[in-house]
Design a protein around this ligand. Structure first.
Ligand SMILES: [Zn+2]
Length: 212
């Protein structure tokens, strides 16, 4: 299998039919939303809004339709390297499941291989697969860590997510709570303080403050 094949675009006819039905449902829902807030959905500026928003949500929530096994297929390599592999500052955008408002920020991923590594370009795509769903930050963090643990059976895996939540910021509840950091650690990162510290030092080194 070639690593360069874009599996996300590989939709079957059944998938396309299903997504058309989903889009129609979404368009109807947005139309109702516009009416419910007292708008006139027929006015010039809103005429195409249901269609646009439906298409937007299909993109922002595309993570439900990605087959993770197909996505990583061909990008796993046997190797004897057993030092920490770190990918930091992976940008992500997600939607909180409580308010369907964006939360976004950065993900840092580290693992210590045990005979198997994954192509580096796949890690941001794994993050995207989980980010492009209705999420809570804690669960997204854990899903990325669990997925890599199950896939690579590494000596350890660690994931830290730093994010700001528009639902906190826009709704004006204590703004300093809008920024949140979550982490999930397995194996050596959980058992070994020095390993965990090395990871945390690495991701804080030269880190610029999270901005939106
Ligand atoms: Zn929220």
């Amino acid at each position: 299998m070639n690593e360069l094949i874009d599996f996300d675009d590989d939709l079957s006819e059944k998938d396309i039919e299903k997504s058309e039905i989903e889009n129609e449902l979404l368009e109807d829902a947005i139309l109702q939303l516009l009416t419910a807030v007292g708008e006139n959905p027929k006015r010039e500026g809103l005429k195409y809004t249901p269609k646009r928003v439906a298409r937007m949500y299909s993109e922002l929530l595309s993570g439900y339709h990605i087959d993770p096994n197909a996505m990583v297929n061909g990008a796993l390599f046997d190797i004897t390297y057993d030092e920490m592999v770190l990918v930091r500052d992976i940008e992500f955008y997600s939607l909180c499941e409580h308010h369907i408002l964006p939360f976004m920020g950065r993900v840092h991923v580290a693992y210590i291989p045990d005979g198997k590594v994954i192509g580096l370009s796949k890690i941001p795509r794994i993050v995207d697969m989980y980010a492009r769903r209705l999420q809570v930050q804690e669960r997204m963090t854990r899903q990325v860590a669990d997925f890599l643990r199950d896939l690579l059976k590494p000596q350890g895996v660690a994931v830290v997510v730093e994010a700001v939540h528009l639902c906190s910021m826009m709704r004006g509840v204590k703004k300093h709570d809008a920024r949140m950091t979550t982490s999930a650690m397995h194996g050596a990162f959980r058992a070994n303080l020095a390993t965990r510290q090395e990871f945390l030092d690495n991701i804080s080194r030269g880190a610029s403050p999270l901005q939106i």
